[in-house]
Write a protein that binds this ligand. Structure first.
Ligand SMILES: [Zn+2]
Length: 99
């Protein structure tokens, strides 16, 4: 559970989770579990739920670094990076300017 533990310390993940829920990215058990994390935190999950959260939510939606420049992506720009297929705001800006 190393990954979940790391995200526990960063309440900012809730902002990202809310965007994922509001924009319909999640469904089924992943949706229910994510709503529970927003309301009550990762600690409220059973180990089975944590497994689902880690594998269906964190693995799919948490982007640690930009796929072009390799720079770190902050929580506040992560949702945008998800929409941009894993690139940071800087690279996205550069690409849209060039294109
Ligand atoms: Zn980048």
């Amino acid at each position: 559970m190393g990954q979940v533990k790391r995200y526990l310390e960063e309440n900012e993940i809730n902002e990202l989770l809310e965007l994922l829920v509001d924009n319909g990215h999640l469904e089924g058990s992943a949706l229910g579990i994510t709503k529970q994390v927003i309301d009550r935190g990762v600690n409220s999950l059973s180990s089975k739920q944590k497994y689902v959260f880690e594998n269906k939510v964190l693995k799919n939606y948490v982007i640690e670094s930009c796929s072009i420049c390799g720079g770190g992506i902050s929580w506040s720009e992560m949702y945008q990076a998800i929409e941009n297929e894993g690139i940071c705001g800087y690279c996205e800006h550069k690409l849209s300017k060039d294109g």
